[in-house]
Ligand binder design. Sequence first.
Ligand SMILES: [Zn+2]
Length: 121
Amino acid sequence: MTLVFPETRTQDIRTALLGRREELESEYTATVAEMTLAGVVDAGDDVADLGTKAFNREQEFALAVSIRNRMDQVDRALERLDAGHYGTCETCAGEIPVARLAAFPSVTLCVACKSRSESRY
Ligand SMILES: [Zn+2]
């Protein structure tokens, strides 16, 4: 048995990512359900309300799209995790904390390197 990469950490990351994926999925389902519902209650609406409703739906649509994007990020993160190169900082090769990976699945830098790269601008 060879343990090149600490197996428990991979497990922790996977659990965190899958938990995040579930959260996003239910968030997405709820948003889509709301949009569907909004479409149903449209009939017989006052014309004065329509402008606001259209605006709200646009926001909901944008929200649904951004949730989908985050779901894609989690999926890509899981693929990278399976490939064995996920969760380490691109700059210092240090381990990125699991909580940070779960919150920002597409993150490639640790907090220290990230703030260092930002302070350059
Ligand atoms: Zn780093």
